[in-house]
Design a protein around this ligand. Sequence first.
Ligand SMILES: *[C@@H]1O[C@H](CO)[C@@H](O)[C@H](O)[C@H]1NC(C)=O
Ligand SMILES: *[C@@H]1O[C@H](CO)[C@@H](O)[C@H](O)[C@H]1NC(C)=O
Length: 466
Amino acid sequence: MFRALTALSFASLVLGQQVGTNTVEKHPSLPISVCTAPGSCTTEATSVVLDANWRWTHVTTGYTNCYEGSKWNATACPDGKTCAANCAIDGADYAKTYGITTPSSGALQLQFVTKNDNGQNVGSRVYLMASDTKYRTFNLLNKEFTLDVDTSKLPCGLNGAVYFSEMDEDGGLSRFEGNKAGAKYGTGYCDSQCPQDIKFINGEANVDGWGGSDGNSGVGKYGTCCAEMDIWEANLDATAYTPHPCKVTEQTRCDGTDCGNGDDRYAGMCDKDILTKLDGCDFNSYRMGVQDFYGTGMTVDTSKPVTVVTQFITDDGTDTGTLKSIHRFYVQNGKVIPNSENVLTGTAKIEGIDAVNHISDDFCKQQKSVFGDNNYFATVGGMAAMGKSLEKMVLVLSVWDDHAVSMNWLDSHFPTDADPTKPGVTRGRCDPAAGLPETVEKAHPDASVIYSNIKFGAINSTFTAS
Ligand SMILES: *[C@@H]1O[C@H](CO)[C@@H](O)[C@H](O)[C@H]1NC(C)=O
Ligand SMILES: *[C@@H]1O[C@H](CO)[C@@H](O)[C@H](O)[C@H]1NC(C)=O
């Protein structure tokens, strides 16, 4: 996914790494279930925390902004270390400022555009917490992860994303002395895009080379890399799930070549996306030829909530085995719906790809060969590398629009100038112009997504047909 340029349209809000005291930080409660067998689950009292990048950052001694518009205050922030010492991130008013609410127990709603005292907030990203100061970490090997998703109010161009990132459990608090805020304030983000729009990385402000891109965001010299497992990237008309392994096995700051930009695309730490290809190894039913599977009124009917099950199968059926495949089921109206398969069904079968409905190294190899994509997924270690990272992942829930390529890689055709009839180019039925941020923010400010009933446990323990 192209998350690097996600904008925070937020006039005066920013971040630092001390802790501010203007707003008390109170994490919205989002309990989850942990299951050993169907019907045999216990509840865990988890909560969510807003990412640090969205927060107001001001000098520790008052109300002066450390960052405004898309610029750092040069007095408070002459360099990254000084800035981290001078600046504090503050508590968040989740509902009022960011449109993050819990409409019922175990449900989280993320509003796309929220009007507030500072103007408006666009999109958000939260992490699941085990306690007030630690993220909830998951070992996904030989396990399944399930949740209900309501994308009925999420049109083309938007992405309601649920994924796992290999972040530090404490947000980097203990590894980086400049970080005094930690997981309690949503620090330490990383993903396989090695995003450079993150204002504080490794306990230092990313002021070096910082340039505004658009809106209130910018990009600095450093990026923050780690493996990412995209469980769910979706809207009403498209969905994909995608492993993105990295060469590194914990949150790691990149600088230059190892961020994997431009011509260094295939020298980076991670299997990231670039602006011309979708990397990682994605399974998108529409892209895989079954165009009537996912959408309003289709086999998986997106006008209603749907249960999404993702299973991580190891070679020896144990929690310490090597990751072999990633499977997907849907449950809707009491029926278990297997993921779509690359077979002749009325839509075309894609030649050269086996009739499977899950992700494995073989699937990735065949898909990339037929679609003409570089198999960097294999270069950085493929399923085995992804599996190593799956042992300690942090859960991310978000909604965003795409300032780089209008979400065309998910729900339209991409590269935009490629022949849409060429296998792999068409990913969804959306108009490529629908996802332009200006358009989608104006046309659908009231868009939102609801995630609920998060369950985690043994294979086949979190869902049943009724
Ligand atoms: C920058 O920060 C300093 C304090 O560190 C403050 O005196 C000054 O007013 C700030 N500048 C702006 C433009 O906010
Ligand atoms: C889980 O259920 C599927 C489908 O019913 C079955 O094929 C598979 O063997 C089951 N796996 C385990 C570990 O029980």
